[in-house]
Design a protein around this ligand. Structure first.
Ligand code: EPU
Length: 417
C-alpha cells in the first residue's frame, strides 16, 4: 500500500505547471478506437487511470505507443471481445468503450464501470441513449450485452446534464445513420474537447459546450492529432493550496476561464489574484470572509473542487457552507478533517464549516480521489506530520503530485508500506 507523509507549515512559492485533464484524456483514449487510422494524442497525463485504459486498448488488440505525454493509438486490427470486469471496474471512464465499440461494431459486451465511490452513479442515461438509437440492451447482473442491427439518429433529451452520458452519446452517434440531437447535454470543457477530437477525425458535431448538440453520423473516421486541454480541477486544487499557504504561487499552463467559478468564490472570500492568459498567481491572505458554495454543472462550481475547497473553508473566520448537489456521498473527507481539528457539521447534502480552526497532523485515509486531494491540502497547513493512507486514489488523478508540491516548497514524500 502506498501512503504519503506531509510535514505541514511550509510556504509554497514558485510555479506549478498543470498537466493534461484527466477527465478529457480518459474520454479521448477510448474515443480513438472509433478511428480506423493512427491517432496521436499529446499532453496525456501520467496517471493510473490512463494506464487502465491503455490496458483495455491493448487487450482488444490495439497498437499503443507511449512516449512521454504523447500517445499513439492504432485500432485498425482490434478484436471486439468482452472486456473483463477486473479491468473495467478500475475506473468510471471504462464505459466510454461501450459506446465506441457499439458505434463501430454495433455490438459490445462489458461490465458496469468502476470509479470513485461517491454515490450510486447509475448509467441509465447512457443506456437510454443506446436504446433511443435502436440498440437492444440485455442486463445480466453487472454485465451488459448491447446489440444493434442499425443505429439510427434521433432526438434524445437527458434527464440530467450527465457528463458521461453526453460523451457516450457523442461517441456512439458519431457512427450512427443520420442526425442525433442531444438536448440537456452537459457543457463541461471536456465535452468540447471530445467533440473537437471526433471532428478532427471526420465527425460532424456542432453545439458541444451548449446544452443542445447536433451529431451527424459518418461512415468512416480517420487519423488525427490532438492535445489534451489543461486539467481545470488540478489547477483549482493547486490554486487552493496557494490560497492556504502560498506566497506568490503561480499555477501555469491552465485556462483561467475554466475555473472562474472558483476564482470568483476566492475573490468573494477576500483573495487577490493576478490572473493572466494562462496562469494565476495567488498568496495566502488574512481577514477572509465566510462564503457559501453550491456545486453545479459547468460553468457552475465543480463538484470535483468541493472537497479540496473544504480545507480552505476551515481557515476562514465565521461560518461557511457548501451544498453538494451532484453526488449523495461526497463528504467522506469531513470526518478526517474533523479528526485533524476542523469544526464541520454535515446537514444532509450541505456542510457547515465553522472557522478558523487549527489543523493538526494525524493519520487519515483518502476514501476517493478528491477527498484525498482535500487531505493533502490539509496536511500542507497542519501542525506536524500528516499520513495519508490509500493514496492510490490520488495517484489516479494527479500527475506527479509529490514532485509538483515538493518543487514549490512542500515537505512531502511517498512511502510503500
Ligand atoms: N447520473 C445518473 N444517471 C446517469 C448518469 C449520471 O443518475 O446515467 C447522475 C450521477 O449519479 C450524478 C450526476 O448524474 O449524480 C452527474 O453525473 P455525471 O454523469 O455528470 O458524472 P460522470 O460522467 O460519472 C464525470 C467525471 C467526474 C465528475 C462528474 C461531474 C469523468 C471520468 N468523471 O463523472 O469526475 O465529478 O463528471 O462533473 O469524467 C473526479 O474527477 O473526481 C470525478 C468524479
Amino acid at each position: 500500500m502506498k501512503q504519503i507523509k506531509i510535514q505541514g507549515g511550509n510556504i509554497l512559492s514558485g510555479t506549478i505547471n498543470i498537466s493534461g485533464a484527466k477527465n478529457s484524456a480518459v474520454a479521448l483514449v477510448p474515443a480513438s478506437l472509433l478511428s480506423d487510422e493512427e491517432v496521436k494524442i499529446d499532453n496525456i497525463p501520467n496517471i493510473s487511470d490512463i494506464d487502465a485504459l491503455n490496458e483495455i486498448l491493448e487487450y482488444l488488440g490495439a497498437d499503443v505507443k507511449r512516449d512521454g505525454s504523447l500517445m499513439t493509438i492504432n485500432s485498425r486490427n482490434i478484436h471486439n471481445k468482452e472486456i473483463p470486469e477486473t479491468i473495467s471496474k478500475k475506473l468510471r471512464a471504462s464505459y466510454y468503450f461501450m459506446s465506441s465499440l457499439l458505434g463501430k461494431y454495433k455490438h459490445v459486451e462489458m461490465y458496469f464501470p468502476g470509479g470513485c465511490s461517491i454515490g450510486a452513479r447509475p448509467i441509465d442515461q447512457t443506456l437510454k441513449t443506446f436504446r433511443a438509437l435502436g440498440a437492444t440492451v440485455i442486463e445480466d447482473g453487472n454485465k451488459f450485452t448491447i446489440d444493434a442491427d442499425r443505429l439510427i439518429g434521433t432526438t434524445i433529451e437527458l434527464d440530467m446534464p450527465s457528463v458521461g452520458a453526453t460523451i457516450n452519446t457523442l461517441l456512439v452517434a458519431a457512427r450512427a445513420e443520420g442526425e442525433t440531437i442531444l438536448k440537456n447535454a452537459a457543457k463541461e470543457p471536456e465535452i468540447v474537447s471530445v467533440a473537437t477530437f471526433l471532428n478532427q477525425m471526420g465527425a460532424k458535431i456542432i453545439g458541444a459546450g451548449t446544452s443542445e448538440i447536433h451529431i451527424e453520423g459518418v461512415d468512416y473516421l480517420g487519423s488525427c492529432f490532438t492535445e489534451v486541454i489543461p486539467d481545470r480541477i488540478e489547477a483549482g486544487t493547486y490554486l487552493i493550496a496557494g490560497a492556504l499557504i502560498g506566497e506568490n504561487l503561480t499555477i501555469k499552463n491552465m485556462i483561467p476561464e475554466h475555473i472562474s467559478s472558483l476564482t470568483s468564490k476566492l475573490k468573494e472570500a477576500g483573495f487577490k489574484m493576478n490572473i493572466g492568459r494562462d496562469y494565476i498567481t495567488i498568496s495566502k491572505s488574512d481577514n477572509l470572509k465566510p462564503i457559501k458554495i453550491k456545486t453545479l454543472g459547468y460553468p457552475g462550481f465543480p463538484t470535483d473542487l468541493q472537497q479540496p475547497i473544504t480545507t480552505l473553508l476551515t481557515q476562514i473566520e465565521g461560518s461557511s457552507s457548501l451544498e453538494e448537489t451532484i453526488y449523495e456521498n461526497r463528504f467522506q473527507n469531513v470526518p478526517y478533517l474533523n479528526q485533524m481539528g476542523a469544526n464541520i457539521e454535515i446537514r444532509n447534502r450541505t456542510i457547515v464549516v465553522k472557522g478558523k480552526t487549527k489543523l493538526v497532523g494525524t493519520a487519515v485515509e483518502a476514501t476517493d480521489l478528491r477527498a484525498g486531494a482535500c487531505l493533502v491540502l490539509a496536511g500542507l497547513i497542519a501542525e506536524g506530520e500528516t499520513t495519508i493512507k490509500e493514496i492510490k486514489h490520488v495517484l489516479r488523478g494527479y500527475e506527479n503530485i509529490i514532485e509538483k508540491l515538493e518543487s514549490v516548497g512542500a515537505k512531502i514524500k511517498l512511502e510503500e508500506v
